[in-house]
Each structure stands twice: as C-alpha cells, then as structure tokens.
Ligand binder design. Structure first.
Ligand SMILES: Cc1ncc(COP(=O)(O)O)c(C=O)c1O
Length: 419
C-alpha cells in the first residue's frame, strides 16, 4: 500500500501498525487448517434458539425503546441485573457504578482515552492480551511488562519494578491485570497474590484495570474472587463481557468503577459511539432476567472443559519433553514455551506449521519489547474435539524438526512462562 496519506495521519495513527502475524493468520481461514490460533468461542456455545425467541419478544413488546438510541450509561434494567450478578462475585456496587460498553475492548480503549497522557506508563504482565496493549499504545501510553509464573504476576518483582520506575521519574497510571484464566498465559492468580497486587497499588497510589472476560468459565478447582471484591478505595476499574458467556457478536460488556471514573468514561463513550446497541442490551437483559444465563453457562463449561482436557492429554502424548506448557483451570488458552537459546522463533515455526495445516499464535505479539519468540498461544475452545489431537500431533512434529535442526543450541531450562 502507498503512503499518500502518511503525512496527514496523526502521530498516534502513524504508530499503529498491522502485525505481520495478522497477515500470516489470514491463511488460517482455509478450511483444512486446524486452528489453535483464534480467540474465538465455539459456535456450538451460542444459544441461538433463546436469542431468536428473545429477539422476537423484544420486537413485539419493546420495539420503540429497543430500536431507539439509549442512555450512554446503558439501559437501567441491564445495569441493575449486572450489579446483582456482580454481587455474587463479591463485588458490591450500585447500578450507577455500572457502565455498559460495546464489548470490554471498548472499556480498555476508554480507560486509555481518559487516563493516559503521552508517555504515561501502564504496567502489564509479560505476556499480556494483545489488543489491550494496542489500546494503551494507541493513546501514546508506554507499556512496561513484568514477569509471571504459573500463578500469575510475580508480586515481589512487580513492587520492585514500580519502585524503580518511580525512582526514575516515570508516571505510572495503572496496572493492567488479567488475574483469572489469563489471555494468553492461561494461568490464574491465587487470592494472596491478588491482595498483594492491591496493596502495591495502594502503596504507590495506582489504579488497577482488572480485565475479566473468562472467570465464569472455570472447569477445574474453586472460584477466586476478583481483585475488585477486595477494593475498598475505588482503586480497581473492573471490566467483563457477555462475549464468552453469550456471544461476542452482541458486543455488550460492562465496566464497574468508582462513580467519578464511571462518569468520565461515560463522557468519553459519548464521543465514541453515543451508546451501545440498545437492541442488543435488551437481548442481554432478557437473557439474564429469564434465567437462561445460569442454565447456559454450565453447558459451555462442559463443552470447553472437555476440549481443554483433550488438548492437555494430547500435549502430554505428542509434544517433545523439552516443551513446557501451562495447565489452565478455565478460560480459552494455554501457553507453550519452547527451549530457547535466543534462536527459537515461533513465527518461523508458524510458517512450517501452516504448510502442515495447523496454526497457533506466536508468543512475540504479546510483548512490547520483542521477547516471547520461543512461545506460542494455543486456543482449545474453537477446534472440534476430534481435530485437537490431530492438530497437536502435526504441531509436535513441526516443533520436533525445529528442535532437531537446532541441536547445537544449548537449551536453557524452560519455565512454562519463560521466567
Ligand atoms: C483478555 C480480554 N480482554 C478483552 C477482550 C475483548 O472482549 P469483548 O468481546 O468483550 O470486547 C478479550 C477478547 O478476547 C480478551 O481476551
């Protein structure tokens, strides 16, 4: 493409670049490729019939309101229902603290819009959700990533890192946290670490942006309260979504924050889209009010829990011993680390994997500093059950060949998340 408009683009937009991975992953659309690449829910998990029924009822009973613009904050009954549901997670909020957004991606964008000046720092885990990082970078924020292990962010390192940044005059605005079934790492922070993170935020007077799209999708173990549940100072901006428990096509998510923050986000949202689709909010509201949601989530958990187990079994059976991976208790992803001596590059491995008709997301994109080249993210919710072992076997062969080629590498010990 030419650069005819380059001069006209804002400085912000000039920095926005399509990733080369995105180009490679376009090939994944081919039907004969087994893809572990997408971040997609399985269409089998969409409650089509219920949505159809609700849509017809909404048009029969509430068409005038549902087809009209709505309040920027979201329709009141939905905000109330969300507040009630959040109370069950230990988040006590008034409905005025709930802002309905057009997917939690919009929440990340709005948070960046209202909090970040140029060069303001966001602390994020290494790795972190790609489109979250993109939102922060697109408002000219700076992202500093901090290491994780199989229990999420290492809080002692986090504290040291923040201390060092402050000492050097850096202006940190918030910590971006993905404590439950992390995307892409698949790991979950135990309660102790959540409280430690909150303590650190208090000590350094920072906000935490808690991104929680997956916590309803737990297949193993017991629920852990969100960080927001321990927040008694309005320090945590919490966001979640209907994307993984209903359907992403509706584009309905929510934010819970201190009313002063919610007000500011609402003003920012007005300039972005006026309001989230009113019709879709009615659908989300009815889906909750009719109790469908509580009947449907167990079905998704059953489907995804089974797929996760199939993938973990296949990895154990086929993957070379030198490769390590995380063992999630829920969510949609797991994270693999290949032995590395500075030479492994999963972007190169992806090229060969695509020839062998299997795909994944190379780890590199989840870091802002070019690291993660020896890592890959695997999605287990979208492929068909029977395709998972076939795809894992194909991928294992590609990795084995790569490792054999690199026999002279002096492998460092591989930790599941590369710390
Ligand atoms: C961690 C994380 N945050 C936010 C989002 C965006 O979700 P939504 O569809 O609600 O915009 C996703 C989607 O995959 C995600 O994985």
């Amino acid at each position: 493409m030419g650069d005819r408009y380059q001069e006209l683009f804002s400085h912000r937009a000039q920095q926005m670049k399509a990733s080369d991975i995105r180009e490679l992953l376009k090939l994944v659309q081919q039907h004969d490729i087994i893809s572990f690449a997408g971040g997609l829910p399985n269409p089998q998990a969409f409650p089509n019939e219920e949505i159809k029924k609700i849509a017809v009822d909404v048009l029969e009973n509430d068409a005038f309101a549902a087809l009209q613009y709505g309040p920027t904050e979201g329709i009141k009954p939905l905000r109330q229902k969300i507040a009630e549901r959040m109370a069950k997670k230990g988040i006590n909020c008034e409905d005025m603290e709930v802002l309905v957004v057009t997917g939690s991606q919009q929440a990340l964008d709005l948070v960046a819009k209202v909090f970040l000046n140029r060069k303001d720092i966001v602390i994020a885990s290494a790795p972190s959700y790609l489109a979250g990082l993109s939102a922060f970078l697109s408002y000219e924020g700076k992202v500093e990533q901090t290491p994780m292990d199989s229990q999420g962010v290492l809080t002692d390192v986090l504290r040291e890192r923040i201390h060092a940044i402050h000492r050097h005059g850096g202006n940190i605005k918030f910590i971006y946290a993905l404590p439950t079934f992390h995307n892409p790492a698949g790991v979950t922070m135990p309660e102790k670490r959540r409280k430690e993170m909150l303590d650190i935020a208090k000590d350094y007077d920072l906000l935490i942006v808690e991104d929680d799209p997956y916590s309803e999708l737990r297949y193993v173990g017991n629920d852990i309260k969100p960080i927001k549940a321990f927040d008694d100072e309005g320090r945590v901006i919490y966001t979640s979504t209907f994307s993984k428990i209903l359907t992403p096509g509706l584009r309905v998510g929510w934010v819970i924050a201190d009313p002063e923050i919610t007000r500011k986000l609402t003003i920012a949202k007005q300039a972005t889209d006026l309001c989230t689709s009113t019709f879709n909010q009615y659908i989300a509201y009815e889906y909750m009010a009719r109790g469908y949601i509580d009947k449907h989530i167990p079905k998704i958990k059953e489907l995804y829990g089974r797929k996760m187990k199939i993938m973990l079994d296949a990895l154990k059976k086929y993957f070379p011993k030198a490769v390590k991976w995380t063992e999630p208790e829920g969510g949609m992803f797991l994270w693999c680390s290949l032995p590395d001596a500075g030479k492994t590059d999963t972007r190169e491995i992806l090229k060969e994997a695509l020839v062998q008709k299997v795909a994944f997301v190379p780890g590199n994109g989840f870091y802002v500093d070019g690291s993660g080249k020896n890592c890959m993210r695997l999605n287990f919710t979208h492929p068909r059950d029977e395709d998972i072992p076939v795809g894992v076997k194909r991928l294992a062969k590609v990795i084995e060949e790569e490792l054999a080629k690199a026999k002279e590498y002096k492998f460092l010990d591989t930790a599941p998340i590369g710390v």
